[in-house]
Write a protein that binds this ligand. Structure first.
Ligand SMILES: NC(=O)c1ccc[n+]([C@@H]2O[C@H](COP(=O)([O-])OP(=O)(O)OC[C@H]3O[C@@H](n4cnc5c(N)ncnc54)[C@H](OP(=O)(O)O)[C@@H]3O)[C@@H](O)[C@H]2O)c1
Length: 335
């Protein structure tokens, strides 16, 4: 039995990350000092933003160097605490979990998790970062008006599954782009009117035109790539494109940006393309979480998780998500 198995970045990936870009090493269970907590990890979240963190390319946040421990969102039980605000047995979440069984957290990064309303890991999906990304990207950046058509890529994933349901709650007309027929069927169950399988389509531009006969008013671009081009070519006058993520470029992070395409469409349609970063909405997280929890309690938010078991599986869970093999929010359970 290992004491504290921990994943370290071994090398920056060239192209699509592979599991051998990481090293699993056994580490001692760390001591805490200052205002810190020692936490036994129960759940880890693997997220597309981590692709940027393991690349030397310039990003909105500092990246990791080979030899650094991987970090990300997690949930766990406090084992020992130097903070008056937390006691052993508390369940906490933080963005600073290491990819390891026992982790040291700065107390100010931790939030106590209440499991009265929803399972603890929901703070890593619909009641946390992905849920709030869906909320703010659609309702603030997308600025939709009732009845408008909202096209959403990666529609069955952690962000997309919530965005489609919020769109339905707000009286919009959501249309999905996802990578399998099963995912499209799930999107319909969530309230998406229809969907396009971007991996089997012969002509994604024509399929978006058929699925959105009145054109696209808001495009939540979770992927970049061909879905982006198809949305641009079906955009309505005054359309809004919210660039939330570029996961379709996961295998070319270190290459020069290919630049903006369909520039004429922006002019012809007087469209707006806006980049989105969740951190910019921090002042309003409480409002978003309250709305998401209220919809969840009313049974208006269905969710799906894709759970991988054990600390050994973290890099595989991450890389399969980049390949689109996850179905719902990709999590790793350690307990
Ligand atoms: N800007 C922000 O603040 C922020 C915050 C959170 C998330 N995001 C972004 O939101 C997007 C979705 O994140 P998530 O956590 O919800 O992930 P996710 O959708 O649960 O998982 C990623 C999905 O991306 C799709 N995908 C992978 N490769 C693709 C490709 N080449 N072309 C098209 N689709 C591809 C796959 O779905 P299919 O099977 O449908 O292809 C895969 O399931 C990501 O781009 C992420 O970076 C941004």
């Amino acid at each position: 039995m290992k004491e504290n198995p921990t994943w370290f970045l071994k090398s920056h990936p060239s192209g699509m990350p592979q599991t051998d870009n990481w090293d699993l090493r056994d580490m001692p269970i760390p001591d805490i000092e200052g205002d810190q907590l020692l936490v036994r990890t129960q759940w880890l979240s693997v997220d597309p933003y981590m692709r940027g963190r393991i690349s030397p390319a310039k990003n909105y946040a500092a990246g990791l160097a080979p030899g650094d421990m991987m970090r990300g969102g997690g949930v766990g039980e406090v084992v020992s605490s130097n903070s008056p605000h937390f006691a052993p047995g508390d369940i906490v979440t933080s963005d600073h979990f290491g990819w390891q069984s026992y982790t040291v957290l700065p107390a100010q990064s931790a939030t106590r998790v209440d499991d009265t309303d929803a399972p603890v890991q929901s703070c890593l999906s619909y009641l946390g970062m992905p849920g709030m990304t869906a909320y703010f990207s659609l309702l603030r950046s997308g600025a939709p008006k009732k009845g408008e058509t909202v096209l959403i890529s990666a529609a069955s994933g952690a962000v997309g599954q919530i965005a489609g349901q919020i769109a339905r709650i707000k009286g919009l007309d959501p249309v999905a782009i996802a990578g399998t027929d099963e995912k499209i069927a799930w999107c319909r169950e969530l309230g998406y009117r229809t969907g396009i399988n971007h991996r089997t389509t012969q002509d994604i531009v024509a399929d978006v035109a058929e699925a959105c006969p009145d054109g696209v008013d808001v495009f939540l671009d979770n992927t970049a790539g061909p879905a982006h081009d198809a949305a641009m070519l079906n955009l309505n006058v005054n359309g809004r494109v919210v660039v939330v993520g570029t996961i379709a470029l996961a295998d070319r992070f270190d290459e020069p940006d290919i630049g903006m395409r369909h520039l004429r469409q922006i002019m012809i349609k007087r469209a707006c393309i806006q980049g989105f970063l969740l951190d910019d909405f921090e002042a309003d997280y409480t409002t978003a979480k309250a709305d998401l929890l209220s919809w969840y309690r009313q049974g208006l938010l269905k969710t799906r998780e894709d759970v991988s078991e054990g600390i050994e599986t973290v890099p595989e869970a991450f890389t399969r998500m980049l390949r689109g093999e996850n179905f719902g929010k990709q999590l790793v359970r350690l307990d």
